[in-house]
Write a protein of this length. Structure first.
Length: 342
């Protein structure tokens, strides 16, 4: 049934027509359903787009994904070994964790580290070039304080390291370079040595500012102190040994890590202090007899003074030997045999 327009609607249509406006088009009925092919095409367009990754053609990634994976594995192993070595060196529980391995320009790396800081250029003979090793001052000063017998608290106001403090901290850097040498030995045997050190990162240029470097970031926890260690590796240095970063190296190096970790654990245990005692067991005495002892009293023993004695390590008998006097007339214990277990 057609709709009957009211007088107001008729007047509005005539007025709009007089002004040259187009009359409203009649309401169209529902559109016919699209064919199946069109429906499938629209459904395909409705799917979410794939994620797009930005790519910088001026600074392309120079290290492959397989090499990045191998570097991540190597330095994760270095973090575990350095954690054990640093804990034994400082005689306190220290945790070192690998945070990330990423590629960026050397200038971006310099802008990301604090100033002043502990910045070192590390030579890597026989390869040409150098690594950059940076230790945050939030970590340097607590370690120095711990080495000097302090509690290892962080400084409230950071400052530049003195020459004496740098010499003291060299022991920790040498420890890190030794573990770093072990981590890289599966690829190439490098001789890591401190080539230069500065408190301002801008004063050391190991590569051009726009050159790509691999930034390896470690987090170190020592009690309530948390600090970062950054290792910058120029990608151009890795080109001569790029063919060694393969799956065989990754798998084979992992198999040999068990023996190496056992050796490092044994080296750490050798630095632990233990109580060693040689005892001459006597007879049973009452407490009243012990309290009544005076100078010159004799206590009967179950063994002769020249009998073989047991040498105990933390209360456990480990060796056998004799008491003796050295040239300075001081009592010593001469070990003759190892005590048989069981």
């Amino acid at each position: 049934m057609a709709k009957i327009l009211s007088q107001e609607e008729v007047d509005a249509l005539l007025k709009s027509h007089a002004k040259g406006a187009k009359a409203p088009a009649p309401a169209a009925g529902p559109a016919p359903p699209p064919p199946p092919a069109a429906t499938a095409h629209r459904a395909k367009k409705a799917q979410p787009l794939k994620k797009v990754t930005l790519y910088n053609f001026r600074r392309p990634d120079r290290v492959s994904r397989e090499q990045m994976r191998s570097l991540h594995f190597m330095h994760d192993r270095f973090a575990r070994n350095f954690s054990s070595s640093l804990s034994a060196y400082l005689r306190t529980i220290t945790e070192v964790n690998l945070v990330s391995v990423e590629q960026l320009s050397y200038q971006e790396f310099l802008l990301s580290v604090p100033d002043p800081t502990c910045f070192n250029a590390i030579s890597i003979r026989p390869l040409e070039g150098a690594f950059a090793l940076e230790v945050n001052p939030q970590l340097v000063f607590p370690i120095i304080d711990k080495m000097l017998g302090g509690p290892g608290d962080a400084l409230k106001h950071l400052r530049t390291m003195t020459d004496i403090e740098q010499s003291i901290f060299d022991g920790v850097l040498k420890l890190a370079l030794d573990d770093l040498r072990e981590a890289w030995r599966g690829i190439i045997d490098l001789d890591f040595k401190i080539q230069a050190r500065e408190t301002s990162p801008q004063l050391i240029q190991i590569v051009a500012p726009n050159e790509v470097v691999l930034l390896v970031v470690f987090e170190v926890k020592m009690g309530s102190v948390v600090g970062m260690i950054n290792l910058a590796i120029p990608s151009i240095i890795l080109e001569p040994v790029a063919n060694k970063f393969d799956q065989e190296m990754y798998t084979g190096y992992k198999k040999s890590s068990t023996f190496e970790e056992a050796r490092l654990l044994m080296e750490s245990l050798k630095k632990c202090d233990m109580d060693v005692a040689a005892e001459i067991r006597g007879t049973n005495l009452r407490l009243s007899d012990i309290l009544a002892l005076q100078t010159g009293d004799l206590i009967p023993l179950n063994k002769r003074f020249d009998a073989m004695l047991d040498l105990t390590v933390d209360g456990i008998p480990r060796f056998q030997g004799y008491m003796a006097l050295n040239a300075n007339q001081k009592r010593v214990f001469q070990v003759t045999t190892a005590r048989q277990e069981g």
